[in-house]
Design a protein around this ligand. Structure first.
Ligand code: NAG
Ligand code: NAG
Ligand code: NAG
Length: 484
């Protein structure tokens, strides 16, 4: 009897823990900027990007942006966006003054955007990389049944209007968000649409569910789902009106954007799609998980994409990389001679060490899932996986071309390239002694390093969660849905 009560009590405790874990993780993919715990030290303020803001937050999803660091080292910083969308939702059509590179972290999406004046639609799956140009109108839909969509994206502000910020322009909208059309004088706009001002008001005030909306009727019916319910010809008429004004507007300013509403809007409501979820000519997505790693050994692997792998990357000259270190391994100390690097921890935990060019330690910080860090060009750094599990991180480099990381340690290091009497003398060593030291490490790029790898506190929590999940699932409870 006593045993049974103990078990029930344990289960209750487990449930409480489960619920609080769920809250902490927010059910959404939060992470990043979660202060406390480790106690931030100097350098962490600077290289761990913690200025995180929700730019969109609705019942149907949210978008959080972690601001890059501007100033001395970077003129137009890259921001990192995290988009979370519930099943059957739409991120309504908009265009940005910044280009985006999307990475589908989990789930499936349909993206539609204007590419060279044509509507291009693609179905995206986990691991896909896809670029959307600044000024190109686009929308995103979570097509997964019962599956949340998580996207990580780079936001390249080099063409943005404001210094270090980016701006969304919603095409359709109402009171929240407001449509760019709403800015016109209402009488002018009504005349252009050939409708009364009252009718116009109707069109521009209904939407109030925010930029990410549900498409299904199980939630408060949105303008979008009402719109979807319209008869086909009504829809078209409605859209043509929008098209007409926009085209008049465009005639005045001919070199303006590479998209038109006529091509854009109908697509959203079109059911048909081409083979493999493809409609329209334009680049396909590139799946980073389908690719053979560029480097692999017993301690992990790494892969990097540039424009020769995925041509749209050439427009912004941005590279994409993915690294997976096994427990207790490290990416050997190295520098990026041409690029600034932005990293996002996808899984596991580890430490990042960054060194100033003058040889003093700039940062030695623990990072976990969702943390965002950046490494200035020329700064030596290394990443070390915790001893408890693999450490997976993904990111962007600001130069897709010719950024060959230079390793400072390991069998492929600069020290091997530079070896010789002068170099040994520079260390104040004999050549033989220097050779002994630099030859001791036989591995290159990714090295075993269990002795310096952090024994990670978060591991306790994780173990705990697994235990909890076991107990709770033995009760057949849905509370564990938040775990993944
Ligand atoms: C405006 O609407 C009226 C009536 O609905 C129609 O007769 C007229 O041709 C329209 N004008 C234009 C320019 O479309
Ligand atoms: C990373 O490596 C671990 C094993 O060390 C493996 O379980 C995991 O699936 C890998 N991640 C990816 C994305 O391949
Ligand atoms: C090295 O450079 C950093 C950043 O400029 C500075 O804060 C630090 O004091 C310097 N350290 C030494 C030893 O010069």
């Amino acid at each position: 009897m006593g045993k049974r009560w103990a078990l029930i009590a344990a289960a209750l405790v487990a449930l409480v823990v489960a619920v609080s874990c769920y809250d902490e993780e927010g059910g959404r993919w939060e992470g990043g900027g979660e202060e406390g715990g480790t106690g931030w030290r100097e350098g962490e303020d600077w290289f761990l990007l913690q200025d995180s803001k929700h730019v969109v937050r609705t019942d149907a999803g949210d978008m959080r942006v972690v601001s890059g660091f501007g100033g001395r080292f970077v003129k137009s910083p890259m921001h990192i966006g995290f988009i979370t969308m519930e099943p059957k939702t739409l991120f309504i059509p908009q265009y940005l003054d910044s280009s985006l590179i999307l990475f589908v972290r989990r789930g499936e999406a349909r993206v539609g955007h204007i590419y060279k004046d044509e509507l291009v639609e693609r179905r995206l799956r986990m691991g896909d990389i896809y670029r959307i140009e600044a000024g190109s109108a686009f929308y995103l839909m979570n097509t997964g049944e019962g599956q949340r969509l998580h996207i990580v994206c780079s936001i390249d502000t080099s063409q943005s209007l404001g210094f270090q910020t980016f701006q969304s322009f919603y095409i359709a909208g109402g009171t929240y968000p407001s449509s760019v059309l709403a800015g016109f004088d209402h009488l002018t706009l009504a005349t252009a649409f050939n409708v009364t001002e009252a009718e116009l008001g109707e069109m521009l005030t209904r939407q109030m569910n925010g930029p990410i909306v549900y498409l299904s009727d199980t939630h408060s019916p949105s303008v979008w789902s009402k719109f979807l319910d319209m008869e086909q010809n009504q829809k078209l008429a409605h859209m043509r009106r929008i098209v007409r004004i926009r085209e008049e507007d465009l005639e005045a300013d001919e070199e303006q954007p590479t998209w038109s509403f006529r091509k854009f809007l109908p697509s959203i409501f079109k059911k048909k799609e081409g083979k493999g979820g493809k409609t329209g000519k334009g680049p396909d997505a590139y799946n980073i998980y389908d690719r053979k790693p560029d480097f692999q050994n017993n301690y992990g692997w790494s892969t990097a994409l540039d424009e020769s792998d995925y041509s749209p990357l050439k427009h912004d000259d941005i590279g994409v990389y993915l690294v997976n270190l096994t427990a207790g391994s490290m990416m050997a100390p190295h520098i990026n001679p041409r690029a600034i690097e932005y990293g996002i921890v996808l899984r596991g935990a580890g430490t990042i060490q960054i060194v100033y060019p003058n040889g003093s330690l700039a940062m030695n910080a623990k990072v976990t899932e969702g943390n965002v860090f950046w490494i200035p060009r020329y700064f030596p750094f290394c990443q070390i996986a915790s001893r408890t599990g693999p450490f997976e991180f993904f990111g962007f480099t600001t130069s897709a071309r010719n950024n060959r990381p230079q390793f400072l340690v390991g069998a492929n290091s600069l020290l091997h390239t530079l070896r010789g009497p002068e170099f040994a003398a520079a260390f104040g060593l004999s050549e033989d002694r220097l050779n002994e030291i630099i030859n001791a490490q036989r591995e290159s790029t990714i090295l075993p390093s269990a002795t310096v790898a952090p024994p990670e506190e978060a591991a306790l929590v994780k173990l705990h969660r697994e235990e909890v999940a076991k107990v709770v699932s033995s009760f057949g409870n849905e509370m564990v849905m938040g775990f993944d």
